[in-house]
Design a binder for this molecule. Structure first.
Ligand SMILES: [Fe+2]
Length: 203
């Protein structure tokens, strides 16, 4: 069974390549698209959330959607369209969340705040990557806000869902209120960068 790159589909056939996949160094990257070793799966193996450090289909869909938007901003319409297409393909592979309960959501947010974000922050500090450190700082503040909103929902119940929700298109900061704020409190982006979330029922 060959190992398949979950990003581009490149197949690492051990006989043809003359090397066992298990023996490849951690620095190995897909010869076709450059994806890291962790994104290869044995053919036929069901792709699941990233237990081994790789990205899940949902994360890849979000990443490609972000890249599509970034390409659009740089007037690269062709690349933007391709990233949108790849994003849609990954989105179609996102497994149905079996447990979408409030308890599960709370534990995911708590895990982000206490484990995942601190781990990324440590890695960014070690690598001296200021960009990643800033993204990590934003993620921490956005996740903390999600935690607060969840608590408000628990306290206020259905009435809370009738308020409009805006999300900063730069950093993902969520805001609940009648109008978007003048500036994003996390990334300092202007209010027009906020987008109202649709499909929340009647106000
Ligand atoms: Fe923001």
């Amino acid at each position: 069974m060959p190992f398949v790159c979950s990003v581009c589909g490149y197949q690492w056939d051990e006989e043809r390549e003359g090397a066992a996949f298990a023996g490849l160094p951690s620095s190995f990257a897909c010869p076709s698209c450059g994806a890291p070793r962790s994104l290869f799966r044995r053919e036929g193996e069901k792709q699941s959330a990233a237990k081994d450090g790789g990205l899940s289909p949902g994360q890849l869909a979000a990443l490609c959607s972000y890249l599509a938007r970034a390409c659009g901003k740089q007037q690269r319409a062709g690349e933007s369209m391709l990233y949108h297409e790849i994003s849609r393909a990954f989105a179609g592979n996102v497994p149905t969340e079996l447990d979408a309960s409030m308890g599960r959501l709370s534990s995911l947010i708590a895990e982000g705040l206490t484990e995942r974000i601190p781990a990324v922050r440590d890695a960014a500090v070690q690598a001296g990557d200021r960009g990643a450190l800033r993204a990590c700082e934003w993620s921490g503040r956005v996740t903390a806000e999600l935690f607060r909103l969840l608590r408000r929902y628990r306290e206020e119940g259905g009435a809370f869902l009738k308020k409009p929700v805006f999300v900063c298109r730069v950093c993902g900061f969520p805001y609940v209120g009648e109008n978007a704020p003048e500036h994003c409190p996390v990334c300092r982006g202007p209010g027009w960068k906020f987008e109202e979330i649709e499909g929340r029922g009647a106000r």
